[in-house]
Ligand binder design. Structure first.
Ligand SMILES: NC(=O)c1ccc[n+]([C@@H]2O[C@H](COP(=O)([O-])OP(=O)(O)OC[C@H]3O[C@@H](n4cnc5c(N)ncnc54)[C@H](OP(=O)(O)O)[C@@H]3O)[C@@H](O)[C@H]2O)c1
Length: 291
């Protein structure tokens, strides 16, 4: 799937953040599309199972928007919430029945007849890859889902399913403060198998910012500001470009609800920091040089 250069994460658009009303959703969607970002990241659970439906209510007001965007959504986590009174605890469900019914609900919520990309949200200790592959095949054949992937999967979990059904994406936590995918084989596997790593929480879930007080964030912001001077860029753009420099072709899933930040992140693509500068930021994060 050819997504936009960055993806608009919608986790914080509704009850888990900005609490947009329908008109505000509509405006946010239109302004995001105007920036050139056309891929929107959802999950069934966002806003305790309400954000998909709220986003869909905005799409219903202007159905022409659907063909201008890609919708990603996820399934497999069962949350404990009054909106799902049958759930007794938080758990995972990656059964064929659950995947199929979750997708039907997402299609209804978005007022659409297809999802662009479906991800299994978290690896489930009870997952049966044969059953997931069967569900994916049914959805693909019916045209209800165009592309498939997973999220937060280790390399072996990924291979187990990929060997039965072709996956295109592993959406993982990746940022200057969460670099383990560079070392645990996940981004290596993405390169090897031509899989796109989508990076969630690319700004460390908002923990790295100009006013951050912890030592590590201060080191990162200070280094990013030095590079920002050189490249005439904000520290935010430098941190996005740091992710984009990785040869695996990282696509950041932005959590910001600020249109100007979405716009700015696109310019990060043209910053060409050197290998040494990339390592200077890594050192700022680690607090020590590479061995
Ligand atoms: N697959 C998964 O398991 C998973 C897990 C978590 C999230 N996700 C996806 O990833 C998306 C992004 O996650 P995230 O929200 O944790 O991402 P993030 O981009 O790391 O953090 C977003 C937060 O950072 C703040 N922020 C961003 N840039 C800033 C800047 N320059 N200065 C100050 N604050 C800044 C934002 O505030 P403003 O809104 O004010 O800019 C927002 O509060 C979610 O929307 C969701 O779609 C996926």
């Amino acid at each position: 799937m050819k997504s936009s250069t960055v993806i608009a994460g919608c986790m914080s658009w509704g009850q888990w953040g900005a609490k947009f009303n329908t008109q505000e959703y509509l405006s946010q969607i239109k302004k995001t599309l105007e920036t050139g970002v056309y891929t929107f990241d959802h999950a069934d659970i966002y806003g305790h199972y309400t954000t998909e439906e709220e986003f869909g209510a905005a799409l219903k007001l202007d159905p022409s928007l659907r063909s201008k965007m890609q919708i990603i959504t996820k399934c497999g986590i069962c949350m404990l919430t009054p909106n799902r009174p049958l759930h007794q605890i938080k758990s995972y469900n990656t059964s064929k029945t659950h995947i199929l019914s979750s997708v039907e609900q997402s299609l209804t919520n978005f007022h659409t007849d297809y999802i662009d990309l479906l991800l299994i949200h978290r690896p489930d200790p009870l997952m049966n890859p044969h059953e997931i592959a069967e569900a994916f095949s049914i959805l693909k054949k019916a045209g209800k889902v165009k592309h498939f992937g997973v999220s937060n999967f280790t390399t072996t979990q990924f291979s187990m399913l990929h060997n039965l059904f072709p996956l295109e994406v592993n959406q993982i936590e990746l940022s200057i403060v969460h670099t383990s995918p560079f070392y645990n084989g996940v981004t290596d596997q993405c390169i090897e198998k031509n899989i796109t790593p989508q990076a969630w929480s690319p700004m460390g879930a908002g923990k790295i910012h100009l006013d951050a007080e912890d030592e590590k964030s201060r080191r990162i912001v200070s280094m990013a500001n030095i590079l920002g001077e050189k490249y005439n860029a904000s520290f935010y753009q430098i941190l996005i470009s740091w992710l984009m420099k990785h040869p695996s072709g990282v696509i950041p899933v932005l959590g910001t609800t600020k249109i100007e930040r979405i716009k700015a992140s696109l310019d990060a693509h043209s910053i060409e920091m050197t290998n040494e500068e990339w390592h200077m930021l890594l050192r700022a994060s680690n607090g020590f040089d590479v061995p």
